[in-house]
Design a protein around this ligand. Structure first.
Ligand code: ADP
Ligand code: MG
Length: 678
């Protein structure tokens, strides 16, 4: 079945080796993948305007008759410019085509075309630049716009697409059982694909979109459920509910907030069941998730069970270690820090103490899930900022011990539906309020011109005894960027920040160096920490009350929010200054949101809207397959329908073994590739 659709893309007429290469660059290597290359948007040629009313310096659709083609002009650099005079009766216009003789040759004098392109010029003389066009005889006036690459024109893609769709029509293609199509009012798959590429009208496009989005969301839900059900069929240590955590809470230097207390009791009641806990602890930066985690570790230790806490970076792990040991050691509990940078000897020693049960709480990076680390009785596994870990690491952690209880902590307040998809079927505890006395961080966005003044402000705060972060982007961690950060730090130390103690902190430093710098900063020996985003997650220095973020345009909203969360953690009025010279709409919008709200949930929703779920969680780390058409942030209603549908299907056929679900199963596996199987 579906044989020919899975041959090489080069089998299509008009696709040779060179173009095949270009398709492959777009991730298309078969006709099947081509028909799932979904248009990014549509051009509606029916909406043409008279030339006399074209909006200058903007894109317009015009209906033009070519009056006269002028001789091509060759200019320097081998560039060829072709021009043609055209009109629609309301005004004349010059059609300008660069370096594409082929497109120009196809235009005929005295013929009429719909054209879409940017119109430049003034009232006296107008030009339409490098337009895409179709003859006025064309019946299909709504035309798709594809994500393309250099050398693949929309016309070429359409020719290939037509062939692929014809192939599709020769084969049985429906993946969805008809009872679902009826129940959820979905159009057939071949209709959807035909109309997503060659729509007759808007209604056809929206029916097609709905069907294809539904498919994706359904597969996503089913896939996640299948993954989850593999880990659910097990029992966990049932802890003793009569164990009191009052000694722990009494020993804390502060009183738990209402949200923290509620989360603690929800967690404890989960721990006292034999179904493994699978809980997400959500709380904005600074809401005090660590104390909640510590309470859970305390409870497990009192029950004679070990806990493991995994953090995405060494800095964070060592900070958690400090916090947990200060909270737990007064009770005679042993906490250790296990990271990749320990000497083999030290590691071996710790491993011994872990397997003997001498250590109660193991804090670390993913070093704690390596094969050679064995636990005596692992009852609870906590991961901080889990979406930063790869799927494989998460799975490895889950396999440690006899299905331990699991707690995931996250400061990314993702919408519930999305949380369900990413983490599977889990319960959520949310800490809604921050500890008393926290003040929102005053946030300002300024251009580089004001940098000097901004640092004047920073220095005034330093003189009052506060500390500051200056964050520079280093996204790729490449040598050149590293160089840039180093140079920046040097220049700042000798320029704007002369006379103040500064230090550099970045991800390429050796772990013990990083720790040393972090420690001196925490101890107040360093006034300004010039750093990359290594400080993004979790670092907690209450005396740091100012943050400057350079090249703020290079950070996403959630990341800016996380970064900003490093200040405003103590009693002091805090400030965040975002420096950017970028004036794009997108950047301006982000800066506005940052300066107007400190509500993590709002920020994260905006972020999701602006970027979509894939980018939202940072590269492919979240284990979510990339969706081509469905938009999780916007298609909420459809998402709910798909969720219901997934539930129905799995209730009737938990492993998708029925014949009517066979193609669906294959599709799910294809979407998740290998992650779901095995
Ligand atoms: P996050 O939720 O971002 O991980 P942390 O656990 O790092 O937050 O806590 C942030 C800061 O708030 C820490 O300095 C912690 O000691 C403090 N803190 C936590 N809970 C409370 C509380 N109930 N009252 C006052 N301060 C608290
Ligand atoms: Mg934290």
């Amino acid at each position: 079945m579906l044989g020919s659709l899975f041959t090489d893309i080069e089998k299509l007429k008009g696709v040779g080796t060179a173009r095949g290469e270009k398709y492959r660059k777009l991730g298309i290597s078969t006709p099947y993948e081509l028909i799932f290359h979904i248009p990014r948007a549509y051009l509606d040629y029916r909406a043409f305007v008279p030339v006399s009313q074209a909006v200058l310096n903007d894109y317009n659709v015009l209906k033009l008759t070519v009056v006269k083609k002028l001789a091509p002009q060759r200019i320097k650099g081998g560039l060829v410019i072709c021009k043609a005079l055209a009109t629609d009766g309301t005004d004349d216009i010059l059609i300008v085509v660069y370096n594409n003789v082929y497109a120009f040759q196809a235009l005929k004098e005295n013929e009429t075309y719909y054209m879409h392109g940017k119109v430049n010029g003034n009232f006296l003389r107008k030009e339409i630049m490098a337009p895409v066009y179709i003859p006025s005889s064309e019946k299909m006036l709504i035309q798709p716009v594809y994500p393309l690459t250099q050398g693949l024109s929309v016309t070429l893609v359409r020719t290939a697409m037509r062939q692929a769709l014809e192939m599709m029509k020769r084969e049985p293609f429906e993946t969805m059982p008809s009872y679902i199509l009826n129940k959820y009012r979905l159009c057939p798959l071949d209709y959807a694909l035909e109309n997503i590429h060659f729509p007759t009208d808007e209604d056809a496009v929206s029916a097609a979109r709905r069907r294809l989005s539904f498919d994706e969301l359904l597969k996503l839900q089913i896939g996640m459920s299948l993954m989850k059900s593999r880990s659910r069929r097990s029992t966990a240590f049932k802890m003793d509910s009569s164990v009191s955590i009052k000694p722990f809470t009494d020993g804390l230097p502060f009183e738990l907030t209402e949200g923290q207390s509620k989360a603690v009791s929800e967690i404890i009641s989960d721990l006292c069941r034999e179904i493994p806990m699978n809980r997400l602890l959500q709380g904005d930066v600074g809401s005090g998730k660590t104390a909640v985690a510590a309470a859970a570790c305390y409870f497990a230790a009192e029950n004679g069970l070990q806990s493991a806490l995994m953090a995405p970076t060494e800095i964070l792990a060592s900070q958690h270690y400090n916090t947990l040991s200060s909270f737990l050691e007064p009770f005679g509990m042993k906490v250790c820090l296990l990271t990749g940078s320990l000497t083999p000897k030290k590691k071996a020693m710790l491993r011994e103490k872990i397997v003997s049960g001498e250590i109660n709480v193991i804090v670390g990076t993913h070093a704690i899930i390596q094969k050679d680390v064995e636990y005596k009785a692992l009852g609870l596994v906590i991961t901080d900022e889990q979406h930063r870990f790869g799927v494989a690491q998460r799975a490895a952690l889950a396999e440690k011990g006899d299905s331990p209880h699991k707690l995931v902590m996250s400061a990314t307040p993702i919408p519930r539906t999305l949380a369900l998809i990413i983490y599977g079927d889990l319960d959520i505890s949310a800490i809604k309020q921050l500890p008393k006395g926290r003040k929102p961080v005053n946030t300002y966005a300024v251009t580089g011109k004001l940098r000097h003044r901004a640092f004047g402000f920073v220095k005034a705060r330093l003189d009052e005894g506060r500390q500051a972060y200056v964050v520079c982007p280093m996204i790729e961690e490449s040598e050149s960027e590293l160089h840039a950060v180093k140079t920046y730090a040097e220049e700042a130390a000798n320029g704007d920040l002369k006379g103040y103690t500064t230090a550099l902190l970045h991800g390429k430093m050796r772990p013990n160096e990083k720790d040393k710098v972090m420690k001196s900063f925490r101890d107040g020996e360093i006034q300004v920490l010039i750093c990359t985003t290594v400080v993004e997650v979790g670092v907690d220095v209450p005396n740091a009350a100012v943050m400057v973020i350079e090249n703020a345009e290079r950070f996403g909203l959630s990341q800016l929010h996380q970064l900003r969360g490093r200040v405003g953690r103590g009693e002091f009025e805090s400030t965040c200054i975002l420096i950017t010279d970028n004036v794009s709409d997108d950047c301006v919008k982000r800066m506005k949101i940052m300066s107007s709200t400190s509500d993590g949930f709002k920020i994260s929703e905006e972020d999701l809207k602006m970027r979509g779920p894939g980018d939202f969680f940072g590269s492919a780390q979240h284990g979510l397959p990339t969706l081509k058409i469905a938009d999780i942030a916007c298609d909420m209603e459809l998402m709910n329908e798909a969720q219901n549908c997934a539930r129905e299907i799995l209730e009737a056929d938990p492993m998708l073994e029925k014949k009517e679900h066979r193609t669906l199963k294959l599709d799910v596996m294809r979407l998740f590739e290998k992650e779901i199987i095995g």
